[in-house]
Structures are given as structure tokens and as C-alpha cells.
Design a protein around this ligand. Sequence first.
Ligand code: GDP
Ligand code: GDP
Length: 434
Amino acid sequence: MGKPIVALVGRPNVGKSTLFNRLTGRRTAIVDDQPGVTRDRLYGDVEWDNRKFTLIDTGGLFLEDPEFRRDVEKQVGKALAEADVVVFMVDARVGPLVEDERIAQELLKAKSRTIVAVNKVDNFREQDFYEFYRLGLGEPVPISGLHGLNIDELLDRIVELLPEGREEEKEEGVRVAIVGRPNVGKSTLVNALLRDERMIVSDIAGTTRDAIDTSFERDGRRYILIDTAGIMKRSRLKRGIEYYGVVRALRSVDRADVVLLVLDTGAGVVEQDKKIAGYVEESGKGVIIVINKWDLHANMNVFRRDFEAYVRAELDFIDYAPVHFVSAQTGQGVDKIMEKVDAVQKERSRWITTGNLNSWLQEAVYLNPPPGSGKHGLKFYYATQVGSRPPVIAFFVNNPELVRSSYKRYLERQLRQAYGFEGTPVRLVFRARK
Ligand code: GDP
Ligand code: GDP
């Protein structure tokens, strides 16, 4: 089931990223007085009242995009049509500005479900926020993102507007999302995949508004390509599609088992690819890096090696992802994609027995004991797998706080060397033995 998406919009400096950090509990995003400072993180999960949603801070996206500033109307309209709920943030200290009104008009036009959050109401008695009624978007919610005032009320209002639990996905099979920036060849790839005559194809209504998935069968196995309608549609839009594409891509990732991150050799790895790849990792999905348009470089083995090295360096946080070269246009390499998808899904679903894990752990710790051993040093008691899709390995230790990130990385490397887990994130958790 796809998680609903809530977009946080508003002029620069109204406090979007402050609120984003508070709601998602992340401390990594950069908050700065200077408008337009880029943030590391744009997406985060929020859970409230047993409902989950993905929060997007559009600040980073919009501000990075000069097109947006020139073309607010079009962009806001398109972008917001994709969100389930929009939180439109304004600044109580400066009152509604002309830009706020322009954004409000677009929200009205797009018929988004909108909540106006009036931020920087640090003192409820003295500050007046009623003038924001004038934006025509209903009752504003006064908050202070910085001081954490009235945030519960805001969350209640958001959750009220979330769509009712979407229909459970009934269709069986491995769910595959194809993502990547415009023009890398996603729709050509979809066509190439579905052209294969060994397949039986049918369209199924997706779980979100105009998402149409395509289910197909091949060699007796079933797959679902997520949001094929969106992929096809997107490729026809000429410009202004970055944000639209990203939101839609996130939603597809949420619903997928395995993600094909498509790149081409022209632009290589762009910022958007990194963000989506980061999201894929955080969501625990399988991932395959597909490098398309290889027909343009088919006989250049050196280039291939260099290009792969470049891609791996750029996307080093998903260094477990297989890299696969294809040409969607000529069909070269396309029929191998689903084999790789199967392999990744298998790795993602694996369970390692506790006995097996513990022999491995003993050896790994013996080969490279954690620093600072002795009486107060880190001690490992045992490990056991506690989850799958993606695999989660719990390590029981004397004191989890003694696990340094370098040692965690060492263990993950060893784990992958021993068990593979190609194409899937693995989670290592450390718990104190009771
Ligand atoms: P963004 O550009 O919309 O993401 O805004 P930021 O989150 O970067 O915030 C801009 C400035 O407003 C920062 O200096 C924040 O500390 C400040 N700010 C954010 N929320 C509040 C609030 O509730 N009250 C006050 N007084 N300042 C706030
Ligand atoms: P999308 O926006 O990611 O869906 O990209 P499209 O599938 O619309 O492809 C963008 C452009 O790249 C089109 O002109 C395609 O014909 C071209 N293209 C797609 N795949 C290949 C390929 O494998 N080789 C070459 N040379 N061109 C390709």
C-alpha cells in the first residue's frame, strides 16, 4: 500500500524546514536564516495517530529550480496535484504577502486538500493570525515550528484529510518501479519490457488517482510494473516535470519491491537520482542501477568500466546495487532485467538461520575485534535475523552505545561478503542483552 504524501509548501524562510525536522525527527537538514539554503533531506516519514505519511519539504526542490521561481503558477499546480494533502505555511510575523496569495490561488485551482499553517506564532495571546482567513483556504492553524507549539493540532488536521486506507494491493507478483530523471528512457524501457512476446500483459488500476499498473507474466512468473501510466505520461511533458516526477517516483518506490533506477550516459548521475536512491535505501527496497542507451557506446569497454566506476562512486551509499547496462531501444540486455529483479527479490527475502549467523559473527569478531576490548569494551553475545524485506539482523551486545559506526560498517561488509544480499539494503540493529 502506498503511503500518502503530504507536501509542505510556502515562500522561503517561513519555517518549512524547521517544521519538517520537528515532524520527521531528523536533525540532519540544514536550517539557515539565509533563504534558499539547500537541504540534505526532502522526504521523511511521519506517524501520528496510527497513520503514516511521507512528508516532503518542497523548499529544497523549488528553490533549487530557477524555473520554479519564474513560473510559480504552473509548477505549483502540477506538483501539488500529486500530493494527498498540502500544508501551506505562512509567516505570522509578516502577514499574507502577495506571493502567499499567488500560491493560495494555485492551491485553490489545483483543488488540493490544503491546510494553512501560520507559523511563528510564538505567543498565542499577542499574535493575531486571523488575517490569514483571507487566503480563502479555510481555518488557519497557528503554530510555532521552532518552539513546538500546537503541532498536535496540525497533525490532527493533516491526518483527518489523509485519504482513507487505500485498497490493499491484491495483485500477486514482484512489484517493480522504474524511476529516473526525464529522458533517460523509462517509457522506452517499459515498452521494451512489455513487447516481449513471452509475456501476458494486463493493465490494473493502481491505488492512486491516475496510476495504472501493468501486470505481466513471463516464464510462469508474475510481475507488476508500477505506474506505467505515469511513466508514459511523464515522458510527453516537455518541461517543468522535475518535481512532478519526483513525487510520483517516491510513490512508486513506496509501492515497490524492487526499484530500477534508470540512468543514461548523457547526464550521468544527477542530484535527483541521488535523492531518489537515498529514499530507496531508507525505504528498504531492492534496487538495480540500469544504465540505458548503451547502444551509443556499445564497443567501448574502457568507457563502460570507467562509467560504472563513476556511477558507483556517485551512488556509493547503495554500493550493493547491481549495475546493468541495456539499450531499451535495441532491446539489448532488456530480457536480463527481470532475472535480476528475481535475484534481488530473493536476496531481500532471505532468512539466515541463527546458527549460521553466529558462526559467521564469531569469525568476524575474531578477525577484527572491536576496539577498546577488555572489561568495559564492546562484547557480542549473539546475532539473529529478526526481519526480512529488507533483512534485519539484531546483534545482542553488552552495551549498544559502544558500537561505533566504523565497526557497524565492518560488520555489514563482512555480512555481505558471507551472504551476498546483492541489491538489497540490510539493517543492523544492536540491542543490550537482558
Ligand atoms: P524555510 O526556508 O521555509 O525552510 O524556513 P526555515 O525553517 O529555514 O526557517 C527560517 C527562519 O525562521 C529560521 O531562522 C528559523 O529559525 C525561523 N523559524 C522557524 N520557525 C519559527 C517559529 O516558529 N518561530 C520563530 N520565531 N522563528 C521560526
Ligand atoms: P523517459 O522520459 O525517461 O520516459 O524517456 P523516453 O523513453 O521518452 O526516452 C527519451 C529519449 O531517449 C527518446 O528520444 C528515446 O527514443 C531515447 N532513448 C530511449 N532509450 C534509448 C536507447 O536505449 N538508446 C538510444 N540511443 N536512445 C534511447
